[in-house]
Design a protein around this ligand. Structure first.
Ligand SMILES: [Fe+2]
Ligand SMILES: [Fe+2]
Length: 313
């Protein structure tokens, strides 16, 4: 049985060659990702890196190849679940790879079965009695997410198979919970998994499923359910606030304790540029047209969304 586990969470890198990307610092994405890979290689005791999707922006062959080049020097194991940008049809990008080809090239471990949306799911042990389950929330033709009936059945079987494990961690691109009441509304609902409550109800049946990790919303938030399960949503690496997380789990006296830290590879000038870009973007306008800086505060999160220490379950 593992006594401790340390991993890094990186999400929404949006590597792009198109000159524009989804509200991110497109020209800095490669650099920021290269910096975090270097940082991870210098760290002692890092068990793995978890990447929860949107690593590229349009899934062109050049973007996909660039991701492979940038991840190659990473010296610890890494795990990847695709996001909506990791393979989708965009008429403005005629050379974009079909979704299943893009995902297969980003991570050849996901090539079989063909990783069409909902299929690039996996379940792997990451330590003794600790299982990491990667859910696949992409849908075929939009940027919203779901866990469909087939995948729900697969998830139930996987959770049953690991009911005796000490800890189960779930990774999913689209958050399972609403980060803001706006997530009930049209357009904003695409920021979360449309049947997140159903997935959470299933997880509730398995007390060892204590941690859920997500991206996609480009906002940092940490929520703890009454049963102690922690939901960690991390903001984008390449858009304000340009962050990744370090997550340390330790087991003491039969309980798991967690420490979530938030770090940025960007310097102050870069973060300032990311901030300016964010508050002039359309999402900031939609969030609060009279005060677009409110969106910056939201994505950065409250202090308790940036640092958390406590018991799981
Ligand atoms: Fe994203
Ligand atoms: Fe996304």
């Amino acid at each position: 049985m593992a006594d401790s586990l340390t991993f890094a969470h990186v999400t929404d890198i949006h590597l792009t060659e198109a000159g524009e990307s989804w509200g991110t610092l497109d020209d800095l994405a490669e650099d920021l990702f290269a910096r975090v890979v270097e940082t991870f290689n210098r760290m002692d005791g890092l068990d793995f890196v978890l990447i929860t999707g949107d690593v590229v922006d349009t899934a062109s062959p050049a973007e996909v190849d660039r991701f492979r080049e940038l991840i190659a020097p990473l010296e610890v194991p890494w795990h990847f679940i695709p996001g909506n940008h990791d393979g989708f049809y965009d008429p403005r990008v005629p050379n974009a790879l079909p979704p299943h080809e893009a995902v297969s090239r980003l991570d050849p471990r996901l090539a079989d079965p063909p990783p069409i949306p909902q299929q690039a799911r996996w379940s792997r042990p990451v330590a003794a009695d600790v299982q990491l389950i990667g859910l696949e929330s992409r849908i075929a033709d939009d940027w919203g997410g779901v866990i469909d009936a087939g995948q729900m059945a697969w998830l139930r079987a996987e959770l049953e198979a690991h009911r005796g494990d000490d800890l189960v961690i779930v990774a999913v691109h689209h958050p399972l919970h609403m980060l803001t009441p706006l997530n009930k509304e049209e357009w904003w609902c695409n920021f979360v998994c449309s049947n997140g409550p159903e997935v959470e109800a299933l997880l509730d049946e398995f007390p060892n499923a204590r941690l859920v990790i997500s991206g996609h919303h480009h906002a940092s938030q940490i929520v703890q359910r009454p049963n102690g399960r922690l939901h960690v949503v991390t903001a984008a690496l390449s858009g304000y606030p340009c962050v990744y997380r370090l997550i340390r789990l330790t087991r003491e006296d039969g309980a798991w304790y967690i420490r979530v830290e938030t770090h940025s590879p960007a310097n102050e000038a870069e973060r300032r540029r990311a901030y300016d870009r964010l508050i002039t973007g359309k999402t900031a306008q939609k969030y609060n047209s009279t005060d677009p800086t409110a969106w910056a505060r939201f994505v950065e999160g409250r202090p308790e969304d940036r640092f958390f220490e406590g018991r799981l379950g």
